[in-house]
Design a protein around this ligand. Structure first.
Ligand SMILES: *[C@@H]1O[C@H](CO)[C@@H](O)[C@H](O)[C@H]1NC(C)=O
Ligand SMILES: *[C@@H]1O[C@H](CO)[C@@H](O)[C@H](O)[C@H]1NC(C)=O
Length: 293
């Protein structure tokens, strides 16, 4: 099992390397971040325009060209190519108006159901459901996304970073113990990397800076829910343990999931602070949950 010294090395290394781990393919543990973004959606839209629609579009184009003083070539917006994802179609649209009119044609395109997107995987301490632009194409071009976290009794979301986003987590049910290690040079009095630990109660919030290592633990015997907006429509997630171990020993990496039961704490001892590890132990006792060996 990894020792605290090793953990310090992992922390130092990961803060340096987080930006390089931008590939989705890096995560192999079936993380919910990955499964959430892989949510199915199909492009079933047709982009053939009726004559009136094309005419109306041309009028709008001319009007907006005139109002902005742009060169006045008042052609209708080209039909969006088919066979592309909604995100791709939106990115190829000349204007936001074209994107909405051609791609986001149903009112339901503007709704994402976090409850329906849950997977309820077996043996998990919880799950994180992510509405990024792939899962929720209406976000394309907005620069934001949102995660909703569900943590079971004593469950915790193992240490990870977001490659492209700052997160602002709000607890909406229960409470969590939050940890964040920001970057090299943010140290405590002893000169060691500073671990910012807080208990975040219902309707309290905490930010996680882009690239900062962070983790959440549910210290209660009840389910916890939190909501976490992210400052990029494609925030990315890099789970420290699994990505670090992938560098050296893929067999060990396979044992490390993103969300684990408190019952598995022995496997992860040393990878969270002593206070959280003890908190998990105490929580398991209080909640009468048996540790897995
Ligand atoms: C806690 O959440 C799980 C699903 O993750 C659910 O099966 C269970 O009923 C919930 N417990 C309570 C008390 O709400
Ligand atoms: C755990 O077990 C003890 C003793 O059996 C019991 O008093 C207590 O209520 C249980 N706690 C929970 C959360 O079920």
């Amino acid at each position: 099992m990894l020792k605290t010294g090793t953990v310090a090395a992992i922390l130092a290394f990961c803060s340096v390397s987080a930006a390089a781990a931008a590939s989705w393919g890096t995560a192999t543990g079936g993380s919910s971040y990955e499964t959430a973004i892989a949510s199915d959606y199909h492009s079933t839209l047709s982009y053939a325009h009726s004559t009136e629609a094309a005419g109306a579009s041309a009028t709008v184009s001319a009007a907006s060209a005139a109002s902005t003083g742009a060169a006045s070539t008042s052609t209708a917006a080209p039909a969006t190519p088919t066979g592309l994802s909604k995100v791709q179609q939106i990115l190829l649209s000349d204007t936001r108006v074209d994107a909405v009119n051609n791609v986001l044609t149903s009112d339901s395109d503007f709704v994402f159901d976090f409850q329906k997107a849950r997977k309820f995987g077996p043996g998990k301490g919880g799950e994180i459901v992510l509405a990024n632009r792939k899962a929720f194409p209406a976000l394309t071009g907005t620069g934001i996304s949102m995660a909703v976290g569900f943590l079971g009794p004593c469950g915790f979301n193992t240490p990870h970073t977001h490659n492209r986003a700052t997160e602002l987590l709000v607890v909406t049910k229960g409470k969590i113990v939050s940890e964040m290690v920001i970057e090299n040079g943010v140290n405590d009095e002893s000169g060691a990397p500073r671990d910012i630990i807080n208990t975040i109660e219902e309707l309290q919030a905490t930010p996680y800076f882009m690239g900062a290592l962070h983790t959440q633990f549910n210290p209660t015997c009840e389910n916890v829910t939190f909501i976490a907006p992210l400052s990029d429509e494609d925030p990315g997630a890099s789970v420290m343990l699994q990505n670090y171990l992938a560098l050296q020993d893929e067999t060990i990496a396979a044992a490390a999931g993103n969300h684990i039961d408190g019952a598995d704490i022995d496997k992860f001892r040393g990878l969270v602070s002593t206070s959280v590890a003890l908190g998990v132990e105490q929580c398991l006792k209080t909640c009468n949950i048996t540790k897995r060996k």
